[in-house]
Design a protein around this ligand. Structure first.
Ligand SMILES: NC(=O)c1ccc[n+]([C@@H]2O[C@H](COP(=O)([O-])OP(=O)(O)OC[C@H]3O[C@@H](n4cnc5c(N)ncnc54)[C@H](O)[C@@H]3O)[C@@H](O)[C@H]2O)c1
Ligand SMILES: O=P(O)(O)OC[C@@H](O)[C@@H](O)[C@H](O)[C@H](O)CO
Length: 505
């Protein structure tokens, strides 16, 4: 395919022709019924869970007969565009893997068979979740989507949650929707569905259980008791770097593969899913897809895998992003190909994060750390630092602060972690070291920006989310050092200095 003019719009009726160029679903989509409702259909769900299902149904002719098609649900107002695009494309989308050598491989994924936008039709969402055919409700609603307080770990009753708890309210949050659907199932004698969180949170299933049960408790304690008894919340470790799709991606997909796709997904080739096999009984119907036949790892204890991934991969994204942006970089691959920053990341991973991990069955942690530097360095992926700099007040408490707490408890040094927090403070200054503006995307920006600019450099650490770190000299000493170093020497030299100075305890 050479000219975009020859490209075909992606739809059910063009699929056979598109299939002459790229692999398309081998199963009969028209006959595929829904068994999973997924809340938060963004890039990641489509690169991961939906892809695994598609692969399973492509490789096992009997799989599609089990009715595991996905009905996507958009909960937020901003999901309207996804609704329009997926409706126009009959739920189909292109998944493109970007390889380190610059080549792209594409396929069309067909496991998403329907999409409902909750603000438009909440009743349809509720009835789809209450339908006995729905056996799993999965979620990728971001770290902030569980309304968990960063320090207490308790459910936060935000104004949106409060509104969903009002008598007669039409549910508008994930909590309101899921709990109302469970109430209907209980009333109708239908087994509870399994709630499967696929977000990057330590103990994501346990956290989801805490949030949904807390909401139910506030709504109706009897219902909360039924949920505690019947709803399963498996934990999982999920992994595939999936940057936001750009217009350049769309144009290139038309050029390379002849597909006009309104919202394709682009990602790295690596994919991993480690899942706890805790799915609620569904009577005669299977409780979950046979994902193990396409490489999903089912294990009894997911925690060591989650911890490894969150503290090495996701925390490294935080560790590189503010420093990298301050130094003038835009892409993850650029920072990781700079030896000073690569050394800083390896120092953070091996000296501060790894000592806090438990042994991970079957994983060589040294090889894992180096594989991360390689994955980050994949120039084809074009993951932006800006993506990882957004909503920091959710991400730092999820990925970096647990390492700080464990290190301090064990009497270890936290210089690299403190440097990451200091780089966030510098980043909130809104300009990089070359005077270029830095965009601050954080729902708490109005609080964060003035605190970062305060005369007392520890004022920033007095926020709730740091849980008392301002009074911990073993943290404030390296933090003040890093702030000063960033001011006087800049991000690159500071990163190099941390890497050179090595572990101090
Ligand atoms: N992108 C990745 O590389 C990646 C990899 C592993 C895991 N994840 C997990 O998936 C999540 C989503 O990533 P993505 O790349 O798909 O993002 P995305 O921006 O493409 O999609 C996010 C989706 O979540 C929805 N959402 C956000 N907040 C919500 C809320 N409070 N309630 C309900 N819905 C909400 C949005 O409306 C959107 O549909 C991440 O936060 C992370 O936990 C992402
Ligand atoms: O998506 P978040 O907010 O959980 O974290 C940002 C990135 O670290 C994350 O998306 C990674 O790319 C992903 O977790 C890789 O599997």
């Amino acid at each position: 395919m050479t000219a975009a003019t020859a490209a075909l719009p992606l739809r059910a009726d063009t699929l056979a022709r598109i299939g002459e160029t790229v692999p398309v679903p081998a199963y009969d989509r028209a006959a595929l019924t829904t068994g999973i409702v997924h809340l938060g259909v963004g890039g990641f769900h489509r690169a991961h869970e939906a892809m695994y299902l598609d692969e399973w149904m492509n490789t096992d002719p009997a799989a599609a007969e089990q009715g595991w098609g996905i009905c996507g649900v958009g909960v937020l107002a901003g999901d309207e565009r996804m609704k329009r695009v997926l409706d126009e494309q009959d739920g189909l989308y292109t998944l493109v893997l970007k390889h380190p050598d610059g080549s792209w491989t594409a396929r069309v994924v067909g496991s998403l068979v329907d999409y409902l936008w909750a603000p438009e039709d909440p009743e349809a969402v509720l009835e789809r979740m209450a339908d006995p055919a729905t056996r799993i409700v999965s979620l990728t609603v971001t770290e902030g989507g569980y309304s968990i307080h960063p320090v207490t770990g308790e459910f936060d009753v935000t104004p949106a949650v409060q509104a969903d708890l009002a008598p007669g309210a039409v549910p508008a949050t994930a909590f309101g929707l899921v709990v109302e659907a469970l109430a209907r199932r209980r009333e109708r004698g239908i087994p509870a569905f399994t709630v499967l969180s696929c977000d990057n949170i330590q103990g994501n299933g346990d956290v989801a259980a805490r949030s949904f049960r807390a909401f139910a408790e506030l709504r109706d304690p009897d219902l909360a008791g039924w949920i505690a008894e019947h709803v399963r919340f498996p934990n999982s470790m999920v992994d595939r770097i999936t940057p936001a799709t750009t217009d350049d991606d769309r144009a290139e997909i038309a050029r390379r593969f002849g597909i006009l796709d309104g919202w394709p997904v682009v990602c790295e080739p690596w994919v991993q899913w480690v899942l706890q096999d805790e799915f609620g009984d569904q009577g005669d119907a299977p409780a979950r897809p046979a994902w193990e036949s396409v490489g999903v790892q089912f294990v009894a204890e997911v925690e060591p895998y989650e911890k490894m991934k969150l503290r090495l991969l996701n925390a490294s994204h935080q560790a590189m992003s503010y420093l990298g942006r301050l130094a003038g970089y835009d892409l993850v691959s650029q920072v990781c190909r700079d030896p000073a920053f690569a050394a800083f990341l390896l120092a953070y991973m091996s000296e501060e994060a790894t000592p806090t991990l438990d042994p991970v069955p079957g994983i060589d942690l040294d090889a894992y750390r180096h594989s991360l530097i390689e994955r980050f360095g994949n120039e084809g992926v074009r993951d932006t630092l800006a993506r990882n700099c957004a909503e920091t007040s959710d991400r730092i408490p999820t990925f970096i602060l647990p390492v700080v707490r464990d290190r301090l408890a064990a009497g270890g040094d936290v210089t690299a972690c403190a440097t990451v927090i200091a780089s966030w403070v510098r980043y909130l200054g809104g300009v990089d070291e070359n005077g270029r503006p830095l965009e601050i995307v954080d729902r708490n920006a109005a609080t964060l920006v003035p605190l970062a600019a305060a005369e007392d450099p520890t004022a920033f650490l007095r926020q709730d989310l740091f849980g008392g770190l301002a009074d911990e000299p073993r943290f404030t000493e390296p933090y003040l050092w890093a702030l000063q170093s960033l001011r006087t020497r800049g991000a690159r030299a500071t990163a190099a200095a941390v890497a050179e100075r090595g572990a101090r305890g």
